[in-house]
Each structure stands twice: as C-alpha cells, then as structure tokens.
Design a protein around this ligand. Structure first.
Ligand code: ADP
Ligand code: GLC
Length: 481
C-alpha cells in the first residue's frame, strides 16, 4: 500500500471558493483504494458549515515552534465518501468569517503555519505518506520544509513531494526578511535560485523549486506557463523544470453533477430526453429570477468568481450590444466590486433579460448549469476550468476562449463536418467574442436540430476523473519507484 497525503487550502464539501476545492474533494475518491491510501489535510475554518464541524473528531494537539513563539496546533479528522481527512485547527489563523482574508502578509503567515503544521502532525497521527501532493501557493512551503528541515529526521527522510499548479497568478509574495522571520528558514533559502523572485520571497516558487514533480491542470496550460504571457514571471523556472512538469486535465464528480439525479434542479433529464425535459428547468428559472417567460429564448449562463482572469472586461465592453439580441443572461458570482456592479447595472438596465445574482450558492449554480442553453467563459487565462465541464455534462453548450483547459476540453463546432461540443474564439477581443456568441445564436435559432446535436455530443463527453486519476496514479508509482 502506498500512502499519499493531499495538502490544500480548501476541499469540497468542507470549504470552497473555486475549482481547487472541487479537485481536492473529488480526485482522492477516484484513486484506487487497493493500492493507495490517499488522505487529505485542509485547515479547519471557522466559516465551515455546522454540519461539517459536527463531523470532526479530535485526534491530538501539540505546540509548534512558529514565528518566534509556541503555537497551538489542533488536529481533527473525518471520513467523507471513504476518504480520510485531517483538519488543522488554530483559531487565530483560521477563525475569520471567510476562507481567504484581504491582508496578503497575514495570508502568508497563515499558510506558512499550515504548511509547517501539516508536516509536524504526521508523526503524531501515525501516517507516513510516501508522497505529499501539494496544491497551489498556500502549500508551496511543504516541499521546502521537507527538503531543507525535516530530512534530518528518519520519519521524513525520503518523502517525495508533488506540486500541482491550479493557478500561477497567486504566488504568496512578500519581503524576504519578513518571510524569513515568519518561516524560520535560513537566510540562504532566500536566493534567486530558491525562494526569491524579483526581490520578493515567493512561496509558490519554493514549491516549484523543491517539489520532485510539478503538474498543472491541463496540457495547454502546461505549455502556456512556459511563456512570458502566461508565466507570471516564473516562465523561466518552468522552462528549466520542463522535464518534471506535465499537464493532467481535471475531471469533475460525475455523481454530484448529474442531470439525471441532481436534487437541486426542477426537472431531471438525460441524454435521451433532454430535448423535451431540459427546458422545464429554464422555465422555472425564468420565473424565479423575474426574466421574460419564454421557453424559446436563448439563455446564456455565467457561474464564476468575478475576477479579471475570467474575461469580464470583454463582456462589459459589448454588454449593451449583446443585450440588443434575443438572449437572456443569467450571472451567478462574487468577487471584484467593479464586475459585481457592472452586472448589477445591466440587470437594472435590461431587467427582463439580465439577472445578476451576486452571491455564492451551490444550488443556484446547479440550476444555472441545467437551465441555460449556453455557458459563457471567455477567460483571459484558464488553467483548466471546471464550469465548462459542468456545462457539457448538463448539455449546456460552452462558448469559450481557446486558452488553457478550455482549449483542451471544448471542441469547436464545425458546421461542415457536424462535429464539436461548443463554440470558441482565439483572441482576447470583445468583438471576436461577440461574433462567436452571435454565431451560436444563429445556430440556436435557425438550426435547432444541429444545436441539439451539439448538446448531445456535449453530454456524451466523459470528463469524469477516471482517465486523469490513472495518470496521477502512474505518477505516484513512478515517483515512489
Ligand atoms: P476557478 O477555480 O478559477 O474559480 P473553475 O471553473 O475551475 O474556476 O471552478 C469554479 C467552481 O466554483 C465551479 O464549481 C463553479 O460552479 C463554482 N462557483 C464559482 N462561483 C460560484 C458561485 N457564486 N456560486 C456557486 N458556485 C460557484
Ligand atoms: C484554479 C483555476 C481553474 C482550475 C481550478 C482547479 O482555480 O483557475 O482553471 O479549474 O483551479 O484546478
């Protein structure tokens, strides 16, 4: 039996702000239990739902030398769908009202604490991983601590690490002297071939330098991040480590996201009857959101963190033009105020066409995936993207920009060959996007049989974890040897 520990800042169902949580919550379930004991370690956030807090069992606690003092580390555990979870508890660091805070230095302090606590708890809970699989900058220090501090200890010697990049944009950067004090690492680690990047200490870079292998969440993004445009300043390092870097596309949980059994939606449907049944969801959503009631009106969905990554500048630029068309736009998301207000404004201006739902809701997200005809995701960059996979699963046709995982998972409609599962455009250009949306509108209104065939092909795609989980397993096997 090989032991794998996932370390991450969020995981479904306990905590989620985006796709990282979906991956951490669903991938471990799909790793073969006969060969691998996969466990997951995440923080115990105060903001977790009470039902989830009630599931947690106390394991142990200890005091850890950290940032100049002795800090309390509580360890709790729970089993969810056959996966063993550990939770790191500390009220000072994880007691806030939401998962992530706004003070970048405190974020570094919190997750450096988490990273050290993950390693420190292992001998006490009696689980020695062969591999620690780290996710995003919050866990970037784990490979660093593992290589530089804990290797002296027999328990830790030989533990391998994998670092998965879900988003290169967030790196955890601050003044090296301050980070050195917080982390307790020797000054020699804050050099340009180690943690330092452009005069800052950079936790993500630490993970990339010290991990035994690096992955990211699609093949295209794995290539893109080796270039300056997508490399966020670290493309040189990623080119240097390109032999250890590979893309493995994400899957989604095909049980949680299944139009045939989804308990959040008004009308369940399958690839066999979606032509008749799917629109009942649209009807109910139009009614619930106060949009014009019309089964035939093309409804376009957006479910997203509202950040510039997702291409909202393009949408803002052509929103007035788009709203002249026979479409309805349903948005669900939270994030940057300028985008929240932009959608609120257009919902006020075109109240029977645009619905702006500026909040977070699992249930509403499922209703949108099920109800809409198309799903708009014109991202500036997209490491993988899960929303378009959810849309495909629900026969809601994605309209995407050809970048990262969007390029790898949405095949553009070809009207001559009758192939494809969505619509896509290349350049980050608002009118290129609008033209693509309008092309989709024409197919939707004028060639309904074709549209439904695209939807059918979309629903027949397989983006469950099966194939990708195998690739992770091969990598685990190869690394452990
Ligand atoms: P990212 O991780 O960059 O945010 P992904 O497409 O990988 O993008 O994953 C986003 C996930 O978060 C999806 O599961 C999506 O449904 C969910 N999501 C985003 N915003 C909301 C929201 N306001 N309410 C509910 N779910 C949301
Ligand atoms: C990140 C990326 C998204 C990806 C998700 C899960 O949040 O922005 O593209 O799907 O991580 O890997």
């Amino acid at each position: 039996m090989k032991n794998i520990l996932f370390a991450a800042s969020e995981g479904v169902p306990f905590s989620k702000t985006g796709g990282l949580a979906d991956v951490v919550g669903s991938l471990p379930k799909c790793i073969e239990k006969e060969y691998f004991d996969v466990r997951v370690c995440i923080p115990k956030y105060m903001s977790m739902k009470q039902v989830h807090k009630d599931m947690l069992q106390y394991v142990t606690h200890f005091y850890m030398d950290y940032n100049g003092t002795n800090v309390y580390v509580g360890v709790l555990e729970a089993t969810m769908d056959g996966v063993h979870y550990y939770f790191i508890d500390n009220e000072y660091y994880f007691g806030g009202g939401k998962i992530y805070g706004d003070d970048p230095l405190f974020e570094i302090e919190r997750y450096a604490f988490f990273s050290k606590a993950v390693l420190s708890m292992l001998p006490l809970v009696g689980f020695r991983p062969d591999i620690i699989h780290c996710h995003d900058w919050q866990t970037g220090l784990i490979p660093v601590y593992l290589n530089e501090r804990f290797q002296g200890d027999l328990f830790f010697r030989g533990i391998k690490s994998i670092f998965t990049i879900h988003n290169l944009k967030f790196q955890g950067k601050w003044d090296p002297k301050v980070v050195q004090r917080i982390t307790g690492l020797d000054a020699s680690y804050f050099a340009p071939d180690k943690l330092e990047a452009y005069k800052d200490a950079n936790l993500l870079k630490g993970g990339l330098v010290y991990a035994d292998a690096i992955t990211t969440v699609s093949d295209t993004y794995a290539e893109e991040i080796k270039t300056p445009f997508y490399g966020e300043g670290l493309d040189g390092l990623l080119r240097a480590r390109s032999n250890d870097l590979r893309g493995i596309v994400n899957g989604i949980d095909y049980t949680d996201f299944d139009p045939a059994t989804d308990r959040f939606i008004v009308q369940n449907y399958t690839v066999g009857n979606f032509r008749k049944e799917k629109k009942k969801n649209k009807r109910a959503l139009q009614e619930a959101l106060g949009l014009e009631r019309d089964d035939k009106k093309m409804m376009i969905g957006v479910v997203s963190r509202l950040t510039d990554q997702k291409g909202f500048d393009l949408i803002a630029y052509v929103m007035d033009e788009l709203c002249q068309d026979a479409v309805q736009l349903v948005v669900l998301g939270t994030g940057e105020e300028r985008y929240e207000n932009m959608f609120r404004h257009f919902a006020w201006k075109y109240s029977d066409k645009v619905s702006a739902n500026i909040y977070y809701s699992e249930e509403m997200s499922h209703r949108i995936y099920a109800s809409c005809d198309a799903f708009l995701m014109p991202s500036l960059f997209e490491p993988c993207g899960l929303s378009q996979l959810m849309s495909l699963r629900y026969g809601t046709i994605p309209i995407v920009r050809e970048t990262g995982g969007l390029k790898d998972t949405v095949y553009p409609y070809n009207e001559f060959e009758h192939t494809g599962t969505g619509f896509s455009f290349t350049n980050y250009n608002a009118h290129e996007m609008l033209n693509t949306v309008r092309y989709a509108e024409r197919i939707y209104y004028d060639r309904k049989i074709e549209w439904n065939r695209i939807a059918q092909r979309a629903m027949e795609q397989d983006f469950s974890w099966e194939a990708s989980a195998k690739k992770y397993q091969e990598m685990y096997d190869w690394l452990i040897g």
